[in-house]
Design a protein around this ligand. Structure first.
Ligand SMILES: NC(=O)c1ccc[n+]([C@@H]2O[C@H](COP(=O)([O-])OP(=O)(O)OC[C@H]3O[C@@H](n4cnc5c(N)ncnc54)[C@H](OP(=O)(O)O)[C@@H]3O)[C@@H](O)[C@H]2O)c1
Length: 290
C-alpha cells in the first residue's frame, strides 16, 4: 500500500465556486475567507446591506496569496420574491450556471418571554431561518447539480445552532422560536441528504455554540460576559474563527465528499453538560490553564 492518493488536495477547494448567505460579517465572513484561502476561485457573499458587503468583499480580496475573488449580491433571504432575485443574480455571477457550494448561513434571533412573544417575531424568525434556506436551496438545485459529480459532489451547508439540538435559553430572554427554527434545519438537512444525493449534492448541518459575533454578543453579555461564558465551557473557551473555518472547509473539500446528512456540533462539548456545572467550571478553568 502507498500513501493516500491526492492527499495534498484533500482539504483544498481549488477551482470551486461558492455562495454564502450572511457573508458580510461573523461566521459567514470567516467561511468566505477560509474558502478563498483554501483555493476557491470565486466566493459570492450575500447580506441585506450593501455597505457591509462592499467592505467585506474588499477585506476578502485583500487576503494575501489568494487566487480567487470575492463578489457580493445584496438581498434578503426572507421572501420568495427576494430569493428569486438572488437566484437570478447568482446565475449571472457563476460560470456555466454551475455552483459547487451553497452555505445557508444567514440567520436571526429575537428574544423574549414565551407567553408575551409577539407573533411578528415568530414570523420573522421562521422567514429568515427556515423559509429562506428552504426556498433558496430548492431554487439553486439545478446549479448545484450542474457542478456535482459522484466522487466530488456539490455541497449544501446549513448553519443551525446548538439551540437547534438542546434547550439553551428559556425565560425572560428566551429564544424558543429561534431554537425550534434551527431544530427544523436539522431535519431539513436529513431530508435533503436523501432528496439530493442522486443529483450528486450532499447536505450537512453545522451547529455552533457561542462564537463572539454581532448576533451572539448581546446574549453573551447577558450571560455575564466572555469570561463567564468561556468558563462555562468544558474547553474553557468560546468558538474561534479557525474552528468554523476548518469545519466548513472539511465539509466542502474532497475530504468531506462522503459525509451526507450529518450534524456537526461546534461547541467544545458544552451541549453534553449535565450534573453540577460549578464543579465542571472549576475543571474547565484548570484545564484552560494547562
Ligand atoms: N455566533 C454564534 O454564536 C452562533 C451560534 C449558533 C448559531 N449561529 C448561526 O450562525 C449564523 C451566522 O450568525 P453570526 O453569529 O455570524 O451572525 P452575524 O454576525 O449577525 O451575521 C449575520 C449575517 O447575516 C446577514 N443577514 C441577516 N439577516 C439576513 C437576511 N434576512 N438575509 C440575508 N442576510 C442576512 C447579516 O448582514 P445584514 O445585516 O447586512 O443582512 C450578516 O452578514 C446564523 O444562522 C446564526 O443563527 C451563530
Amino acid at each position: 500500500m502507498t500513501g493516500i492518493p491526492n492527499f495534498d488536495s484533500l482539504f483544498r477547494l481549488d477551482g470551486k465556486v461558492a455562495f454564502i448567505t450572511g457573508g458580510s460579517r461573523g461566521l459567514g465572513f470567516d467561511i468566505a475567507a477560509a474558502f478563498l484561502q483554501a483555493g476557491a476561485s470565486k466566493v459570492i457573499i450575500n447580506a441585506r446591506k450593501e455597505d457591509g458587503l462592499q467592505k467585506a468583499a474588499q477585506d476578502l480580496n485583500s487576503i494575501p496569496n489568494i487566487r480567487g475573488r470575492a463578489s457580493f449580491i445584496a438581498g434578503n433571504v426572507n421572501t420568495m420574491e427576494s430569493v428569486e432575485k438572488l437566484v437570478a443574480a447568482v446565475k449571472e455571477e457563476v460560470p456555466g450556471e454551475s455552483l459547487h457550494i451553497l452555505v445557508n448561513n444567514a440567520g436571526a434571533s429575537w428574544g423574549g418571554s414565551f407567553e408575551d412573544y409577539e407573533d411578528w417575531k415568530t414570523a420573522k424568525t421562521f422567514d429568515v431561518n427556515v423559509r429562506g434556506p428552504f426556498n433558496l436551496t430548492r431554487k439553486l438545485v439545478p446549479l448545484l447539480a450542474a457542478a456535482g459529480t459522484p466522487s466530488d459532489p456539490a455541497r449544501v451547508i446549513i448553519m443551525s445552532s446548538v439551540g437547534g439540538i438542546a434547550v439553551t435559553h428559556v425565560g425572560r430572554d428566551g429564544a424558543i422560536a429561534y431554537s425550534i427554527s434551527k431544530a427544523a434545519m436539522h431535519h431539513f438537512g436529513r431530508n435533503l441528504a436523501l432528496e439530493l444525493a442522486p443529483k450528486n449534492i450532499t447536505t450537512n448541518v453545522i451547529a455552533p455554540g457561542w462564537f463572539p459575533t454581532r448576533l451572539a454578543n448581546p446574549a453573551i453579555e447577558k450571560y455575564g460576559g466572555l469570561d463567564a461564558a468561556s468558563a462555562d465551557n468544558p474547553m474553557g473557551r468560546l468558538g474561534l474563527r479557525e474552528d468554523i473555518a476548518g469545519t466548513a472547509v472539511y465539509l466542502c473539500s474532497k475530504a468531506g465528499a462522503y459525509v451526507n446528512g450529518e450534524d456537526i456540533t461546534l461547541d467544545g462539548g458544552k451541549r453534553l453538560l449535565g450534573g453540577n456545572s460549578n464543579s465542571h467550571q472549576t475543571d474547565a478553568k484548570r484545564i484552560a490553564r494547562l
